[in-house]
Design a protein around this ligand. Sequence first.
Ligand SMILES: [Zn+2]
Length: 405
Amino acid sequence: MRSWTVNPPNIEITGLENHSLRIFDSKTQRINLIPKQAEPIQIYVCGITPYDSAHLGHAFTYLAFDLMIRAMRVTKQNVIYVQNVTDIDDPLFERSRKTNKKWTSIVDDQLEIYRKDMQALNIMAPDHFVGVVENIDTINDEIEKTIKRKLTYQLGTKWYFQTRKANKSLLVKDVEDHELITLANERGCDTDTPGKLNAIDPIVWKESKEDEPSWNRDFGTGRPGWHIQCISLANKYAKLPLHIQGGGKDLIFPHHAMCEEQAMALGLGDLATNYCHVGMVSYQGSKMSKSKGNLVFVHELINKGISPMVIRTCLMLNHWQSDWEFQEVDIIKAEKLLEKINTNLTGKYFSRNEFDFILESMLNNIQTPKILEFLSQLDPDKNDERSVPTDTVLSALLGLDLESV
Ligand SMILES: [Zn+2]
């Protein structure tokens, strides 16, 4: 898919090769080292379903991975970054029916806004920005394998993956079954379909409705389910096991747990060694969601004249793992902070100690609130030996392009 362009971090500072990123992993519930290696680090981040444009919650998610990738690239670690687009999914077709607009036009329009938003926020583009339709043969081949290996069962025109207790994902090992069913139900899984062997068994293939796209295969005429899409795309565009599989916290279950279990059953091994789940952004008292209608869209903020760098700063005032509530006053706070940073630091130099503090705070689980607090209190006219250009560091590590503010 057509992606967008953001300049890669460009920084020439010696002695960074020995540094590595440490990042919180949801599966082990601890901060893990991503060891330096000659081969690129493999990152797969679950992308948008393009039936609506990016709200602040999406931006917060993709910003988190942008920051991790910046930190790694600054320390001379190559990365392969894959992000998918779920351009085959129920909500998209529902939106098409509701608006009487062709689903392909919705995808085209929303992706255009998404690309512009990401570019404006200086969020690094993936190396592979990949959709379902353009990879449909790969995905359907994987479904065929799943069916042939008897990992599935058929109910009417649907094929379900059979989850097994013994393979319960470590991501949800401490969660009771009845809680999983509730979660799966809330997140679109048809838990009460009669005949299912386990209420949480996910669909790998189902018949398309008349106005939906469909493909002919030996096992039926229809379209793929969600989890198998990501497994197939990760396997095609990245080298497994991924070093990081990422997304919002709401993807832990069923999506990432089911991806992990299905990949294992398919013989692909561990899908990922680390899972990074980004905190949820709420607004007016509850998590931003389509159903509640409490969405704050990035392009709407930009259209109101708010600088994308202010929006980026506003997001970075929150640690990537934290759940937080957006309030309009946050924009004013970010504006003031950015103005201060701009006035005090543009065209100046960090001392090596100051630079090391910023880099270390990034590498130690991306602590942007701590860095912004530090920057706000810096006195750039202090007498230390000042050696590292501020603009280069802020741009490369934090994606803050001060000139454009
Ligand atoms: Zn995914």
